[in-house]
Each structure stands twice: as C-alpha cells, then as structure tokens.
Design a protein around this ligand. Structure first.
Ligand code: MRU
Length: 353
C-alpha cells in the first residue's frame, strides 16, 4: 500500500461513521475503524488511535458532523443544544493540541452564522466546515514543505522526534513535509528517527512512513540523539508542534525540549514546523499551555508483553513538554518562516488570516 493512500480520518455519512486508520496497530496491521458514536470517537482520540495535532482536530470536526447528522431536532435551539454537548464532550478528550479546540470552535462559529435556517441546512453547514478544515490542513502541508526545504541542502542528515507526518495530518504532514518533497527532488537526506518513548510514535509511525516512502531512515532510541549529533551526522532537527504560544514557546511530544537543548549545544539548527492554526495567540507563553498527563501503565507496561517496572512504582508520565522559544531557530508555517523573537511575525500572520 502506498503511504499516501492511507486515510488518517474521513467522514462516511452513508455509514454514519468517522473512519480512521487505527494508529495503535501500526506498523504491523493496517486496520480501519468505523466510529459511530461520540463515545467511540472520544475514546479513539484519548487512546491515540487517531493522533497528531491537526489529525485530532480533523477527526473531532468530522466526528461532530457525523454525530449531528443523526439528530432529530425541531429547530436551531434544539440542534445547537445537542451540538454543544457533543462538541464539549469531544473537547475533553485531550488538552494540549490546540487544533482540537480551534476545529470545534470553527464548527460552532459556522453554526451561529446560520441561526435562521432549517436543521437539514445546519447539518450541511457542519459537513462543509469539517471538510474545509481538512482541506486547509492538507494544503498547508505542501507550503510548509516548500518553506522548510528552502532551509535544507542535499545530502543533509536530519533528526525528527515523534510523528508529524502523513498520519498526523494528511498529505505530507508538517515536520516530514520537507523530507517528502526533498525525496521527490532527489535531495538524498539521511533521517534519524527518535523512537519516542513511551508510546513509540517515532518507531511505529515515523519509521514506517519514511521507510514506505523510500527515505534513507535510521531508527534510534531517544537517548542516542546526543551520540549521533556528536558524530556530526545531523545538520538540522525538524519537529512538529501541538500548541505554539504567542512568544514562540512550543509544546510538542515529551522529549522534544531535550532534543532542542542538545541541538543548541552542538550548534545544529532546530526547526518547528506546523500550520498557523497551531499558534495560540491567547496563550502568551508556554507556561499557560496545559500539559496532558497520561496513564502510568504507558510507561510501565504498554506495548510490551510483560511489566517493565516494579509493581507499585510511582510514575510521572507527561505526554508533552515545552521548548523555550530561544532554543528554536525558526518556526515554519504555510505562511512562511519566523525567526526569534517570534511575536511580531505571528501577529502579522494572524492578522492576514
Ligand atoms: O501524543 P501524540 O502522538 O498526539 O503527539 C503528537 C505530537 O507531538 C506531534 O509532534 C504533533 O502533534 C505535531 S503533528 C503534525
């Protein structure tokens, strides 16, 4: 199966389902799930069956649209009450990626603009808005790839953490977009992929994606990044983002800030790539970003066939960390490239939206 034929999330209105590829089964099995209730959709997001900031936003938007097609409401107020319930419920599935909230808020705004119309039209408004969100994310990927590639040279060694590729968005992804474009243009990159403990998005998903695309890829454990950098094998780090604060502080998968510290030490450019929808101007700095804490079992036993730590051990399992803006060489979006300090460029980008 060609990588780009894998569909991360789509709405099947005939079946009344949100259809996703179950990312927890990759790379071993390519299994699609048809999720028909808001509870199934909430659980799929929480359990990372669909994950990656833009993909969560798209899945939630399609999810709301799918659930609302089945609602037998008599008028706007009735419809809007049920919409708000489903929207707030799905918004509670994961707290860090801002795309989840912006996607749901977009549906909310679209509905509020159509208060005088019938319920069938309201259903159509939701379908169209959800599709627009997916389309805009996909279009952003290619532009992010072009801007990112302009900073890279043929033959470079690159390092990435977690998965910000096709599976996390659609099309080329964000952090992986310059790699896919470079691959098409014969850049011959060598890419080191951090396995990304504890849920192994790097090993299971990024390594799978890049290998399928024919990229020269080497998997490393997270604690090997310093070693490969020291040997001069890495000329740039590319990572995605879950929420970028107005000052450029960036929340991404746990371990990202450690990679940024290493990159600074070794003098390697550290690039964050994502759509402008991931920039949250309501969050002044990284301190205000809520970091998700997850089940200790992900650290002690998940993905292994036996327990990896003593029973009763205390575990700290944050899913994300915040990389301070001053460690980030550039933030690359569909609108262009921003350099530290980021505030003015972000304000400009958001103004022209
Ligand atoms: O917990 P996950 O797998 O959803 O975390 C994903 C990441 O941290 C990605 O790097 C980020 O969402 C960017 S995806 C384009």
């Amino acid at each position: 199966m060609d990588l780009f034929t894998i569909v991360t999330a789509r709405a099947d209105y005939e079946q009344g389902a949100l259809v996703i590829i179950d990312q927890t089964q990759l790379p071993g099995r390519e299994v699609y799930l048809a999720l028909k209730t808001s509870e199934e959709i909430w659980e799929a997001i929480y359990l990372l069956k669909v994950r990656g900031a833009p993909a969560i936003g798209v899945a939630a938007a399609y999810g709301v649209a799918v659930c609302m097609q089945k609602v037998a409401a008599t008028g706007f107020d009735d419809f809007y009450r049920e919409f708000s319930r489903v929207k707030d419920y799905l918004a509670s599935s994961r707290p860090t990626a801002v795309n989840l909230f912006t996607a749901l808020e977009r549906l909310n705004r679209a509905l509020l603009k159509h208060q005088g119309v019938g319920v069938e039209i309201l259903k159509q408004v939701l379908r169209e808005e959800a599709e627009a969100i997916r389309k805009e994310d996909a279009e952003a990927c290619r532009k992010i790839g072009e801007h990112g590639l302009s900073l890279l040279k043929p033959g470079m060694g690159l390092l990435t953490h977690c998965n910000a590729g096709h599976l996390a968005v659609s099309e080329y992804g964000t952090a992986l977009a310059p790699i896919y474009l470079g691959q098409e243009q014969g850049f011959g990159f060598s890419v080191f992929v951090d396995e990304t403990r504890p849920l192994l998005q790097g090993a299971r998903l990024t390594a799978f994606e890049l290998q399928k695309a024919g990229v020269n890829v080497t998997l490393i454990c997270d604690n090997m990044a310093s070693s490969v950098m020291k040997q001069g094998w890495v000329q740039a780090v590319l990572v995605g983002c879950d929420r970028v604060a107005a000052n450029g502080d960036t929340a991404n998968k746990i371990g990202t800030s450690g990679v940024a510290v290493l990159a600074k030490y070794y003098g390697i450019p550290f690039y964050v790539l994502g759509p402008t929808s991931t920039i949250d101007m309501d969050c002044p700095t990284g301190k205000e970003i809520k970091i998700e804490e997850r089940d200790p079992a992900e650290v002690t036993e998940k993905w292994y066939d036996r327990r990896m730590a003593p029973e009763g051990i205390h575990v700290y399992n944050p899913a994300f960390d915040v990389t301070p803006a001053e460690l980030i060489t550039a933030i690359i979006t569909e609108k262009g490239i921003a350099y530290f300090p980021f505030n003015d460029t972000f304000r400009e980008w958001k103004k022209n939206k």
